[in-house]
Design a protein around this ligand. Sequence first.
Ligand SMILES: [Zn+2]
Length: 229
Amino acid sequence: MLPNVLNKVKSLNSPRGHEIAVWEYLAGEENAWLFLLGRFHGDEPEGEYLIRRLMEELRAGTAGEILYNLLLVPCLNPDGKELNTRENANKIDLNRNYPTANFSPESVNPHSGKASAGKPGSEIETQLMMALTALYEPARILSIHSDLHLVDYDGPAHDWAAEIAKLTGYKLVENVGYPCTGSFGTWAGVERQIPLVTLETPGARSDEDLARIWEEVRPALLATLSGKI
Ligand SMILES: [Zn+2]
């Protein structure tokens, strides 16, 4: 594979037949992997937008120095995107579906109310992320959600999260303030000790909002990619 090129390396069909695309950007054979993940929740367009803007810069060569090999999943939940739901087509919250010690079959959060978490690891979107994590053994994971307007982290990621908070101006928190049972952060960050930052952007209500959020987040993204933070 040629270095410094974005390649689609895998795609899976969602239950409703949409593509879940996985992209690689190879900085070097020996470089550690960084995962960039968007749209666990179908009604949160911000993460997908930011990753696609970053992909444009990777293609254009304007993203500066890149230390990590990147694995990018702009939209993990295309069915929820189509249906404009937080959950996937099976009405399961994909960020509560991981087989963690704290798994609970029902997720409750103050923003979206109750949702099913399914059975531990039951969803193909979850199985995809578990398989990718086992295969690539990422050194870091950045998962982008909205719209809490904060930076949260799991596992040994405090310093990285603090730098992202500083560069974005978003608030750094130890947790989002309600239990996130069976979350990807718990599964990968807490239980596998992979430094994981969850970036919660503000909610975008327009294209202008999305463009503004990109300007807010871009410096932190590029600093992460270059290994400066
Ligand atoms: Zn979310």
